[in-house]
Design a protein around this ligand. Structure first.
Ligand code: ADP
Ligand code: MG
Length: 259
C-alpha cells in the first residue's frame, strides 16, 4: 500500500480536485483506491454525494476509538464511491472539534497511520485530502504518508501560502522523525496571463526540483465533473486538465518504483 497526502495551508488551490482526479485515474488503472477525507468541510465526501447526516459510523468515531480502533470498525465506516475500485472514508463536520477534544492526548497523531496499517491488504493506494489548518488532522495525514503532494495556485499570493506549508511540513517532519517525497504541483495555470507565468517561474526558482515539471491548466471541465459527481478522468477523459493530471500521475508512479 502506498499513501499520499494532498496538502496546502491555503484553500481553493486544487487539493480536493487533485485527490479525486489522481484517485479516479489510479482506480481506472485497476488499483484499489481509498480516498480519505480529513477536511471537516467534507468537499471530497460531498463530491461523491455521500450524505454525512446519514452516516451511522464516522471518522470522528474512529478518532475517539484512537489506538483501539479495529479493522471492522474502519471497514464499516468506508463508503462506496459509486465507481469501480474507488472507496471513500468520509469526513464529517464534527472533525473540526477534534483538536479541542483530543488534540493533546498522546498517540492522537497516529490514528490514520493505524487505520492504513489495518487496511494494508484492502487497498493499493490511499490518498488523503488534508484540511488547510495545522492541527491534529494534518499531523495525522502527514504521519501516515510517504509522499506529500502540494497543489499551488500559480498566482503571487499563493506562493506565500506555500512558504507557510513548507515550514509546517519541516516542523512536523522534525518532531515526528518523518521524511516525505515532496511534489509541488502548479495548478490553475492560465496561459493567457503573465501573472501565471511569473508565479510559475518564481516557484521553480525557489523550490527547484520539488516542483513538478508541468502544470495543471485552468479547465472548466473540473467544475462540470464535480457537478456531475464523477471523477474528471471518467467525466472528461480527453480534457486538457485530465491530460495534465495523467502526466503528473506518470511522474509520481515512476518515482515510486523501487530503484
Ligand atoms: P481545495 O480543495 O484546495 O480547497 P478545490 O480542489 O476544491 O480546492 O478547488 C477549488 C475550486 O476550483 C473548485 O470549484 C474546483 O472545481 C475548481 N478547480 C480546481 N482545479 C481547477 C482547474 N485546474 N481548473 C478549473 N477549476 C479548478
Ligand atoms: Mg478541499
Amino acid at each position: 500500500m502506498i499513501v499520499w497526502a494532498i496538502a496546502n495551508q491555503k484553500g481553493g488551490v486544487g487539493k480536493t480536485t487533485t485527490t479525486v482526479t489522481l484517485g479516479g485515474m489510479l482506480a481506472q488503472r485497476g488499483k484499489r483506491v481509498l480516498l480519505i477525507d480529513t477536511d471537516p468541510h467534507a468537499s471530497l465526501t460531498y463530491y461523491f454525494n455521500i450524505d454525512t447526516d446519514d452516516l451511522s459510523n464516522s471518522m470522528y468515531a474512529l478518532f475517539l476509538a484512537g489506538k483501539d480502533v479495529t479493522r471492522e470498525q474502519a471497514q464499516q465506516t468506508i463508503c462506496a464511491s459509486g465507481f469501480d475500485n474507488l472507496d471513500v472514508l468520509p469526513a464529517t463536520m464534527a472533525l473540526a472539534t477534534l483538536d479541542r477534544k483530543l488534540g493533546t492526548q498522546s498517540g492522537m497523531g497516529l490514528v490514520i497511520r493505524r487505520l492504513t496499517q489495518l487496511l494494508q491488504n484492502d487497498y493499493d493506494y490511499v490518498l488523503i485530502d488534508v484540511p488547510p489548518v495545522l492541527g491534529v488532522l494534518m499531523v495525522n495525514a502527514l504521519a501516515a504518508s510517504t509522499r506529500v503532494i502540494i497543489p499551488v495556485q500559480t498566482e503571487f499570493l499563493a506562493l506565500k501560502g506555500l512558504d507557510r506549508m513548507m515550514g509546517t511540513l519541516k516542523l512536523i517532519q522534525h518532531s515526528k522523525s518523518l521524511q516525505h517525497q515532496v511534489t509541488i504541483v502548479p495548478t490553475l495555470y492560465d496561459k493567457r496571463t503573465r501573472a501565471s507565468l511569473e508565479a510559475y517561474q518564481k516557484l521553480r526558482t525557489m523550490h527547484g526540483d520539488l516542483v513538478w515539471n508541468g502544470m495543471i491548466p485552468v479547465d472548466t471541465k473540473f467544475r462540470d465533473a464535480s457537478t456531475a459527481q464523477t471523477p474528471p478522468s471518467i467525466y472528461a477523459p480527453n480534457s486538457r486538465g485530465v491530460f495534465a493530471y495523467n502526466g503528473l500521475l506518470s511522474t509520481l508512479l515512476s518515482q515510486d518504483q523501487p530503484v
